[in-house]
Design a protein around this ligand. Structure first.
Ligand code: MN
Length: 271
């Protein structure tokens, strides 16, 4: 694991009463139900609006570069869909601040896309200081140490040199690379089963080390698609966000809300 010298901190304004966390929506044109559930949440959050929205990675299934938002006409349906997502976020951001940190799918979501979506960028991890408590926010993939192949891949693709080289390729070529990676991952899922409980999980010692370093009592993360609350000993814990798939049976779409009473899971779909 890459050592991190100093964790970023965000101090919530004293006026904030409630904040929402989501991750792993994996928004894609082929899953319109999930985008609709997200739009419904943006339009009429229940029970009432939060003062900020934190998106902890993998908002998009894939992001091949901010230039999908450029030009008068999008190249593909996926790009058109991604423009619609950016516009919905931009509209919401005029009422409620939105913070975003990268997941393993949308790590190329860059400054232009952030501006187009009206979102503020967060480092992974970031300490959120809310009502005098310190919460550590992360996507979570950097803590899944057991998956050594992925850790090597992550190390490579998070380097500026790799990213510059990739982004220098024509957009259509990057789309092709993304499709190839996706079909490899689908094939892997068919071999090993599409059951998140078989995937690598967050390493408990690494999570405790991060929390100690951050002087935080709880880690909030996504990525593993295994929503649960885990005690880590010594009063420490981690809370895992649900992934979203509003077209699944039963549908999955959940917001984690933090207010003065603590954390609450708010399911968005009936079923
Ligand atoms: Mn992920």
């Amino acid at each position: 694991m890459t050592p991190i010298d100093r964790f970023a901190e965000l101090n919530a304004p004293a006026s904030w009463q409630a904040v929402d966390f989501i991750s792993d929506l994996h928004l894609q044109a082929s899953e319109p139900e999930t985008f609709e559930a997200f739009e419904r949440y943006l339009r009429e959050p229940s029970p009432g609006p939060a003062d900020a929205l934190f998106i902890l990675g993998d908002l998009f299934e894939v992001w091949v570069g901010d230039d999908v938002l450029d030009g008068p006409s999008p190249l593909t349906d996926e790009h058109r869909f991604q423009r619609d997502c950016a516009a919905a976020l931009q509209a919401h951001s005029r009422r409620t601040p939105i913070y975003f940190l990268h997941g393993n799918r949308d790590f190329l979501f860059g400054p232009k896309a952030l501006a187009a979506s009206g979102m503020h960028s967060l480092n992974d991890p970031t300490v959120l200081v809310f009502q005098e408590q310190r919460w550590l926010l992360s996507h979570g993939d950097a803590l899944c140490l057991e998956d050594t192949d992925y850790m090597r891949f992550r190390e490579q693709v998070r380097q500026a040199s790799w990213q510059n080289e990739f982004l220098a390729q024509p957009l259509a070529q990057r789309d092709a690379v993304a499709r190839e990676l996706r079909s490899q991952s689908e094939a892997r899922k068919r071999r090993t089963g599409n059951d998140p409980s078989l995937w690598a999980d967050v390493d408990a010692d690494a999570a405790r080390a991060w929390l100690g370093h951050a002087h935080a009592h709880a880690l909030i993360h996504g990525h593993t698609h295994r929503p649960a609350d885990h005690a880590l000993g010594h009063g420490l814990g981690r809370t895992v966000l649900s992934d979203w798939d509003a077209g699944a049976t039963p549908p999955r779409a959940e917001v984690l809300r933090l207010d003065s009473l603590g954390l609450h899971r708010l399911p968005l779909c009936a079923g």
